[in-house]
Design a protein around this ligand. Structure first.
Ligand SMILES: Cc1cc2nc3c(=O)[nH]c(=O)nc-3n(C[C@H](O)[C@H](O)[C@H](O)COP(=O)(O)OP(=O)(O)OC[C@H]3O[C@@H](n4cnc5c(N)ncnc54)[C@H](O)[C@@H]3O)c2cc1C
Length: 420
């Protein structure tokens, strides 16, 4: 059976719900369907705080049905394949949906299998991850008695690129408060060359790292985990000499085998798993060579199929994959869709790559990184109303924004299609 809608949206996550809600606000008569099999919708940004024992996981979860905007049809199913010539999207068991315009927003998926031994380490509870089970991260942090606490970042794009380091700062703060600082080494290992790509933010974060005495390991790409021996292996990615330099005191007990492979024994391991676009997207004609949804960086219109738009984590946009980015992407996509429907031409709005990363640097402290495609630091002028004049520095008011303000805005404004 095929049913026709003016707009079909794949995914009822942050991007899908916001797009549907804003479209309905523009014209309540639009016929819209959202396809999503999940009964639950999560406010994932608070998972960092859940992992540090300072936010209730249950408060990050709502029923999808309660978020579907009035007048929008929820097809509780998986989108599976596409027939672009006939403007059809097929579902697992609810038949086909015909559309005039398609919005693709199914997010991304965790791909732990891309690191040898990681699926097993997660299964056995040897590694924890805020991306998968933040309550288990808190168990691990709470029960840590000392030794090496290793926090990693993968080589693939990930959602909220700052999340892997935020939990390292919170853990370091927790260990300090609980008199474990002298007995522990907190390691933050990333394949990147710097802690953050925006200059003033990078400078502040290097101070945070210094303050906690965190072992910062750039050029460290995680490649293998040995759950039995509790060792993580990294490939050193420095483009210059490809040489890894281990400190003389070697507090961490690092071992370099050859010039490129380094092992670090761990007592606590937090992993940000590699992440990819969902399989049905990767197998479609909609992706670029790297397997992400191939859309124009400014209009988010698909590069080959002008009647398709894509946004959120699945999109191949060279900026950080965050809910904050989606907040700025949605009005642009909605503007183009409304203009195409009314006048058969694109609208006026353009996305500049805005994204933001609330870098929680300890309990009660936060730096707010806001930036665009060119990695310019672009703080929101509205922060001044909160008496925050230097959001590139640690601030208690920013922590309050993260813990209370942003969840409120998310559920009560963003999910309801209101501009924030
Ligand atoms: C630990 C962590 C910390 C974060 N911190 C922040 C932060 O501080 N600030 C911030 O702005 N962002 C943060 N984020 C990122 C933010 O949550 C995501 O960028 C955002 O939720 C992505 O929205 P989305 O709509 O693209 O995907 P999602 O919200 O993940 O939704 C995707 C939806 O698509 C559905 N779907 C998947 N496959 C199919 C299919 N085949 N058919 C139909 N539906 C399908 C899924 O069920 C899901 O409901 C964080 C994320 C994590 C995990």
């Amino acid at each position: 059976m095929t049913t026709h809608y003016q707009i079909v949206i794949i995914g009822a996550g942050t991007a899908g719900i916001m797009t549907a809600a804003q479209l309905k606000k523009k014209d309540k008569n639009l016929s819209i369907a959202i396809i999503d099999p999940s009964e639950k919708h999560y406010y994932q940004p608070a998972w960092t705080l859940v992992g540090a024992g300072t936010f209730d996981f249950k408060k990050t979860e709502r029923k999808t049905i309660d978020l579907i905007p009035k007048g929008v049809k929820w097809v509780k199913d998986y989108a599976t394949t596409f027939d672009h010539d006939n403007k059809i999207v097929n579902t697992k068991s609810s038949g086909s949906l015909e559309y005039d315009y398609l919005v693709v927003a199914p997010g991304l998926v965790m791909a732990p299998e891309l690191i040898e031994g990681l699926p097993e380490a997660l299964e056995k509870g040897v590694a924890c991850s805020n991306y998968i089970d933040p309550e288990f991260t808190w168990e691990k942090i709470k029960n840590f008695k000392g030794g090496n606490a290793v926090f990693t970042q993968p080589t693939t794009p990930i959602k909220c690129g700052g999340a892997p380091q935020k939990i390292a700062y919170l853990a370091a703060d927790y260990f300090r408060k609980n008199k474990l600082k002298d007995k522990s080494n907190v390691v933050f290992a990333t394949p990147g060359s710097v802690i953050f790509g925006v200059k003033p933010i990078k400078e502040s974060l290097m101070e945070v790292i210094g303050h906690y005495g965190i072992h910062f390991k750039p050029y460290y790409a995680p490649i293998k985990i040995d759950s039995e021996k509790k060792i993580i292996y990294f490939k050193h990615t420095s483009p210059e000499e490809n040489m890894c330099v281990i400190n003389e005191d070697n507090e961490l007990g690092e071992i370099a085998s050859g010039e490129e492979i380094i092992e670090i024994p761990f007592d606590l391991l937090h992993i940000a798993p590699p992440q990819t676009a969902p399989k049905f997207i990767q197998e479609s004609k909609l992706v670029n060579d790297a397997g992400w949804l191939d859309v124009d960086h400014h209009s988010m219109q698909h590069k080959k199929y002008p009647f398709i738009f894509g946004l959120g984590d699945v999109a191949a946009l060279p900026t950080a994959k965050t809910g904050a980015a989606i907040r700025k992407q949605v009005p642009v996509v909605v503007d183009h869709l409304m203009s195409l429907i009314a006048q058969n031409k694109l609208g006026q709005m353009s996305y500049n790559g805005y994204s933001s990363c609330p870098l929680v640097t300890g309990y009660g402290k936060m730096i707010l990184a806001e930036f665009d495609y060119a990695s310019n630091f672009t703080p929101d002028p509205k922060l001044k109303r909160m008496l925050v004049f230097n959001s590139d520095k640690e601030h208690w008011r920013l922590w309050m924004l993260k813990k209370y303000g942003l969840p409120y805005l998310y559920w009560n404004k963003m999910m309801k299609g209101k501009q924030v």
